[in-house]
Design a protein around this ligand. Structure first.
Ligand code: PMV
Length: 336
């Protein structure tokens, strides 16, 4: 067999995935939904190897040292992938593999690199075993999910939902396409106030979600209403509806985080100043702008084509922030 290379991009969640019903299997407690971005990209080459070997490089070719925790995460992911494939009646994945990651995602800029990495790795594994077994995109999304829940959604371009599913089976939760990247031209100005490493990563964060007194109500809102409203807004290209449900959900997730034990405070004063600035700007000019924040102080300013120039000007005017501009993009794909 020859080596296989895949490429993938991060996604930005509109309905956030926060908390699992099974942490080890990364079975989410609720549905989530996101938009896949067109860059920055991660490229991964996988090949057969006598022992698991993972190496990571930046886009300039310099090697990025992987700590023990990260290496262990790849090892666990490979074992879980074998377990999942066994449930499909396949033992096609090699005992051990070499994984070479080349990432154009600057470290810690608040763009979920684990989503792109494990989405890309899932695609590469699917390519490696393709001569023996053909996985559907939904099955590939399970492999992504086993490394990072949000990665399941990066297998798809455009808008994708991760369905929580039911029960404890390893494959019970899968992602699916809502609409492809040609459906609606949206952009994401990533406004990064700080490039500090986050103190508590999302894997640890998910585990304490249930300790928040607000968590059950969050799950209920997503189950009964929010996910459906978000899908509708996308299918109808109704920006105002998308804005309202996306911002509600992001602020709700952060209230859950801030009231969990221990409390997780990812948003800073700068984050709040930026999001209030966005509210003020669109109030005055009726612009199609919305904000959302993941597990960090970074603000994602999403907009339509019509509001793009004003969004760019706003983003660039944010003092002391690094700006990264990206648009809706394709799902993970094989390149060789
Ligand atoms: O995929 P994880 O385990 O890194 O979790 C992602 C969590 C959020 O980015 C906060 C939300 C999301 O749905 O992407």
């Amino acid at each position: 067999m020859t080596p296989v290379t895949a490429v993938a991009q991060p996604n930005i969640a509109l309905i956030k995935y926060w908390g699992n019903r099974d942490d080890a299997l990364r079975l989410p407690a609720a549905d989530s939904l996101s938009m896949t971005l067109d860059h920055p990209s991660v490229e991964i080459t996988v090949d057969h190897s006598p022992a698991l070997a993972v190496r990571s490089f930046g886009s300039d070719g310099t090697e990025r040292a992987l700590n023990e925790k990260m290496t262990a995460r790849f090892a666990t992911h490979l074992e879980l992938t074998k377990r999942y494939l066994a449930t499909l009646g396949s033992n096609a994945i090699p005992e051990s593999v070499s994984v070479t990651v080349r990432s154009a995602i600057p470290q810690s800029i608040g763009l979920a690199s684990s989503a792109a990495v494990f989405g890309c790795l899932a695609k590469a594994y699917a390519g490696l075993i393709a001569p023996k077994v053909n996985l559907t995109l939904e099955q590939q999304s399970v492999i992504g999910r086993l490394g990072s829940g949000s990665a399941a959604r990066s297998l798809f371009g455009g808008f994708a939902a991760l369905d929580a599913g039911e029960g404890g089976d390893i494959g019970a939760s899968q992602a699916r396409a809502i609409a492809d990247e040609a459906h609606w031209s949206l952009h994401d100005f990533v406004i990064i106030p700080s490039v500090e490493e986050k103190k508590v990563g999302s894997t640890e964060g998910h585990a304490v979600a249930w300790t928040s007194p607000l968590y059950e109500a969050r799950l209920e809102a997503i189950r009964t209403r929010r996910q459906r409203e978000c899908v509708d807004a996308i299918l109808r290209r109704d920006f105002e509806k998308l804005r309202s449900v996306t911002e509600d959900d992001a602020l709700d997730m952060h209230r859950v985080m801030e009231t969990s034990a221990p409390p997780l405070r990812y948003l800073t004063e700068t984050t709040h100043a930026i999001r209030l600035g966005i509210e003020e700007l669109r109030r005055g000019e009726h612009l199609e702008l919305l904000y959302t924040m993941d597990a960090g102080p970074t603000v994602h300013l999403l907009c339509t084509d019509a509001s793009r120039e004003r969004a760019a000007a706003f983003a660039k005017a944010q003092k002391g922030c690094t700006i990264f501009e990206t648009s809706i993009g394709p799902g993970a794909r094989l390149v060789s």
